[in-house]
Ligand binder design. Structure first.
Ligand SMILES: Cc1cc2ncn([C@H]3O[C@H](COP(=O)(O)O)[C@@H](O)[C@H]3O)c2cc1C
Ligand SMILES: O=C(O)c1cccnc1
Length: 352
């Protein structure tokens, strides 16, 4: 018996007539045609998503989803599990990279606890959903029950709905969860059918034998779940994280709300792949900010045919790479909307 899930409905399509018109306008602006490079296509893509001639990015919301990972008991991270909860407090207090960047660029920061081992965080400014006390160890059993996976997807969707209702023009998804590069790697390996060895990376800083151990744990998990991995929902439930499922739900929810998304690094791109596999129609709503130094990110970006804007060697997560790329998108919009045309400025256009 098949169940209908909310993300299986037809999703809106960006209005390409606006992209076409934006391309025409770019040809009239006082610059050689094409000289703003990718900024021209970015403005056109945002115009198509927003269905307006002058795409706007004044209101940008960054939703950071946090969750603990049971697989941490296998020794797959260079940092202790307690860092998930204490970083969430740091986000709320304003001291984390994403807090600084959100403040710097005037983006709204929303923090959501999907499930910490220590229970609800009780912090002001954090939505304390606490769906379960962190995932179970996916090297031993499914990461989460199906109902919890569905609740996490729905929680992400509701964040996108709230952002759209508030008039936000762009959604950035971030994550915090010690151990989540292992989950991202397992998802990438399962969904792309690529060997773990090609995708696994240091995360917070594992090297040498510790990194080889991390790869072995992920391989053991894939061998355990292999026969049951029939599709992206199985993969999310068995190998994913609470925050990764919420991100996938947020990306699908953003498409549902006609809101563009700026995807961050390795973990959020793994979530984006899950979202695209759950409904490929969400793909046109996704923009990609940067290439993470985590080695497996390249394969994920290739699979999504994504061309990230930046390559700064960043490997932090939290939404930080997307926040750093935000001013590029804003520059694209400002130039598109405010430059003079050849006619307006009395500048001679290109020779016919
Ligand atoms: C202090 C600190 C702040 C972070 N902010 C994001 N991450 C990043 O590192 C974690 C994933 O790496 P792994 O799989 O190796 O645990 C995630 O929480 C991710 O967001 C952080 C990690 C640390 C230690
Ligand atoms: O690229 C990322 O998102 C990333 C990489 C390493 C650790 N945490 C996040």
């Amino acid at each position: 018996m098949s169940t209908d899930y909310w993300w299986q409905q037809a999703l809106p399509v960006p209005d390409m007539a606006f992209a076409e018109a934006a391309g025409q306008r770019q040809l009239q602006l006082t610059k050689p045609p094409g000289s703003l490079g990718q900024l021209e296509q970015l403005a056109a893509q945002l115009a198509a998503c927003q269905r307006r001639r002058d795409p706007q990015l004044q209101r940008v919301r960054i939703c950071v989803f946090a969750g603990d990972h049971g697989v941490v008991e296998e020794g797959v991270s260079a940092f202790p599990q307690s860092v998930t909860a204490s970083m969430l407090a740091n986000f709320a207090a304003g001291g984390a990279a994403i807090s600084v960047l959100a403040d710097q660029w005037g983006a709204e920061l929303r923090l959501v606890n999907l499930g910490l081992v220590g229970g609800p965080c009780g912090l002001p400014g954090v939505e304390d959903l606490q769906l379960m006390p962190g995932t179970d160890n996916f090297a031993e059993q499914p990461a989460m029950p199906l109902e919890v996976c569905l609740a996490a997807l729905q929680a992400g969707r509701e964040q996108a709905q709230a952002a759209a209702a508030a008039g936000c023009q762009l959604l950035i998804g971030g994550e915090m969860g010690i151990g989540n590069t292992s989950s991202a790697c397992a998802l990438a390996s399962a969904l792309l059918q690529l060997p773990v060895a090609e995708l696994v990376g240091p995360g917070t800083g594992l090297q040498g034998a510790a990194l080889a151990h991390k790869a072995a744990v992920i391989e053991r998990a894939l061998a355990l779940h292999g026969p049951a991995l029939q599709g992206p929902l199985d993969a999310l439930q068995r190998l994913g994280g609470l925050e990764i499922a919420a991100l996938a739900g947020a990306f699908l929810g953003a498409a549902e709300q006609r809101m563009a998304v700026l995807v961050d690094g390795y973990i959020t791109t793994a979530a984006a792949l899950c979202a695209v596999r759950l409904n490929p129609q969400c793909r046109p709503w996704l923009l990609f900010s940067h290439r993470s130094a985590e080695p497996g990110h390249v394969a994920l970006l290739q699979a999504l045919q994504a061309q990230p804007l930046l390559d700064l060697g960043m490997r932090l997560g939290e939404g930080s790479g997307a926040a750093v790329a935000l001013p590029i998108l804003r520059s694209a919009c400002a130039l598109h909307n405010r430059m003079a045309t050849f006619a307006e400025a009395g500048v001679a256009g290109p020779d016919a």
